[in-house]
Design a protein. Structure first.
Length: 117
């Protein structure tokens, strides 16, 4: 099991950028796929992006493909979500998760991103 802590919450104007971080405990970080979901008020949690254990295979939802970039630094046990060209519809609580084959998905506590007009 791995403990995840997100950071980087903030309020930003439309068109701005934010970087979210997902810091993990433990020594097996490189064995996990890391990803991000988000949940806007009154909506279901939706997939945003994921990065595989190899560090270069990535997946994105169609709504963020292009402006958002996911990355990881295994030496720092940290994954990042670089969010550019933010829009008000990107406002949500962002959650990171960690997956390992045969294991249970671990979730962070979430971090709030608010994009104003």
């Amino acid at each position: 099991q791995v403990l995840l802590v997100e950071s980087g919450a903030g309020l930003v104007q439309a068109g701005g950028s934010l970087r979210l971080s997902c810091a993990a405990s433990g020594r097996a970080f490189s064995a996990y796929t890391i990803g991000w979901f988000r949940q806007a008020p009154g909506k279901e949690r939706e997939f945003v992006a994921a990065i595989m254990r190899n560090g270069y295979t990535t997946y994105y939802s169609d709504s963020v493909k292009g402006p958002f970039i996911i990355s990881r630094d295994n030496a720092k046990n940290t994954a990042y979500l670089h969010m550019n060209s933010l829009r008000p519809e990107d406002t949500a609580v962002y959650y990171c998760y960690a997956d390992r084959p045969g294991g249970v998905r671990n979730w962070g506590q979430g971090t709030q991103v608010t994009v104003s007009e």
